[in-house]
Design a binder for this molecule. Structure first.
Ligand SMILES: Nc1ncnc2c1ncn2[C@@H]1O[C@H](COP(=O)(O)OP(=O)(O)OP(=O)(O)O)[C@@H](O)[C@H]1O
Ligand SMILES: [Mg+2]
Length: 366
């Protein structure tokens, strides 16, 4: 449905030095799929989206929308934005302040490439307002809307042309936490109900994980990992992805020549850890063990497992409602551990945690 091949884009900075914003981005989005570009500020998310929309000219690459070639550096194809069939929501919403809700949403139907007969405008606008739960606000002037309502107007305007593709650039970043959570579900639901292929851009990992069918993690102009939310969270392919998506604990070690019941053993500063090293790893290789805070198990004194038990000093315990967020020292490392709030733990004490071998993700240490 959307196919992006080897997209490269550089800008020139104020002092004329080139900024390589996209260094060769490729991805494919299936029809009806909800696909998210996730990454830190400046990694190239907005640039990618703007290239797809036709607001930026990449120097290299190819872009297909709905099986139509809309950009190709090689074939010198560059369809103007208004001829690429998509709806778009910008981070700033870009709502006209001097217009009512109705007029804002009707704007794309009354102007530009997709003009429709006047009689049809009302029907279409009311349909879009209904989808975004704004029916009652059609006549309200834009300055009299809350942040959440403005966001809905921007969404209604993006949907009013009934596009097959929806491009959303950080549409929730101006909303408060509660509203953001509601809108996450609403936008995903709308996208699925209307079967619109959706490209979503965010730097918020929770948004990406909860909304997407697939996530592409970007860093410095490149896609560094692509997969389902679960896959990206459970099997980060690098320290960068593990750290960017949620909280991760890291333990470096060296693969030893020993193994037990099919598990390799890795010598770490916290002791010997049984785990499954990456394919091809041999004794002597340095590896990085990654373990999530919720996967460490607090050990009561009785029934200690005979492996993967690490000693830790509890530096700080923070009650978060559903759990205790513990900051602990393990050898010379700082770990975060999530402990059930029914367990009595006390800052300043020495404790033990079990690292289940199958929850340890192991990568070559770089
Ligand atoms: N018009 C421009 N002129 C020069 N450099 C630019 C321009 N637009 C973007 N850049 C640079 O290109 C890189 C990618 O920018 P982009 O806006 O795509 O990042 P982003 O991932 O959307 O970040 P954010 O999360 O902050 O919105 C950054 O280094 C940025 O400074
Ligand atoms: Mg951006």
């Amino acid at each position: 449905m959307i196919n992006v091949k080897n997209l490269k884009k550089h800008y020139f900075s104020y002092d004329k030095t080139p900024v390589q914003a996209l260094k060769g981005i490729s991805f494919q989005i299936e029809a009806g799929e909800f696909y998210t570009l996730l990454g830190p500020s400046g990694c190239g998310k907005t640039t990618t989206l703007r290239c797809i929309a036709g607001f930026e000219d990449p120097q290299e690459g190819e872009i297909w929308i709905d099986d139509k070639l809309v950009f190709s550096s090689e074939k010198q194809v560059d369809l103007p934005a208004m001829k690429r069939n998509f709806g778009i929501v910008f981070q700033s919403y870009a709502i006209w302040p001097h217009m009512s809700v109705f007029k804002n949403v009707a704007f794309p139907l009354a102007h530009g490439q997709h003009k429709v007969p006047k009689a049809e405008i009302k029907d279409r606008v009311m349909r879009a307002l209904k989808l975004t739960q704004l029916e009652g606000l059609a006549d309200r002037p834009a300055p009299f809307l809350s942040g959440g309502q403005q966001q809905r107007v921007a969404l209604a305007r993006a949907l009013v042309n009934e596009p097959r593709v929806l491009l959303l650039d950080e549409p929730l970043s101006n909303l408060d936490a509660g509203l953001r959570e509601d809108m996450r579900l609403e936008i995903r639901d709308l996208s699925k109900r209307l079967n619109i292929t959706t490209l979503y851009v965010t730097h918020d990992q929770l948004e990406a994980l909860t909304m997407s069918d697939r996530v592409a993690v970007m860093n410095a102009g490149l896609i560094v990992q692509e997969g389902s939310s679960l896959n990206i969270y459970k099997e980060p392919a690098s320290r960068f992805v593990a750290r960017f998506i949620g909280v991760a604990n890291f333990l470096e070690g060296v693969v030893s020549a020993e193994s037990t019941n099919g598990w390799a053993e890795v010598n770490t500063p916290a002791g010997i850890i049984r785990c499954r090293p990456p394919e091809g790893a041999v004794a002597g290789n340095r590896v990085l063990i990654i373990i999530r805070p919720e996967d460490l198990i607090f050990c009561q004194d009785e029934a200690l497992p005979d492996h993967n038990v690490i000693q830790a000093h509890l530096d700080k315990v923070v009650f978060t409602g559903e759990a205790l967020d513990c900051k602990v020292s393990v050898a010379d490392q700082k770990f975060r551990v999530k402990v059930h709030s029914s367990i009595a733990v006390e800052a300043g004490s020495n404790v033990r945690f079990y690292l289940p071998p199958d929850q340890c993700r192991v990568l070559p240490a770089s």
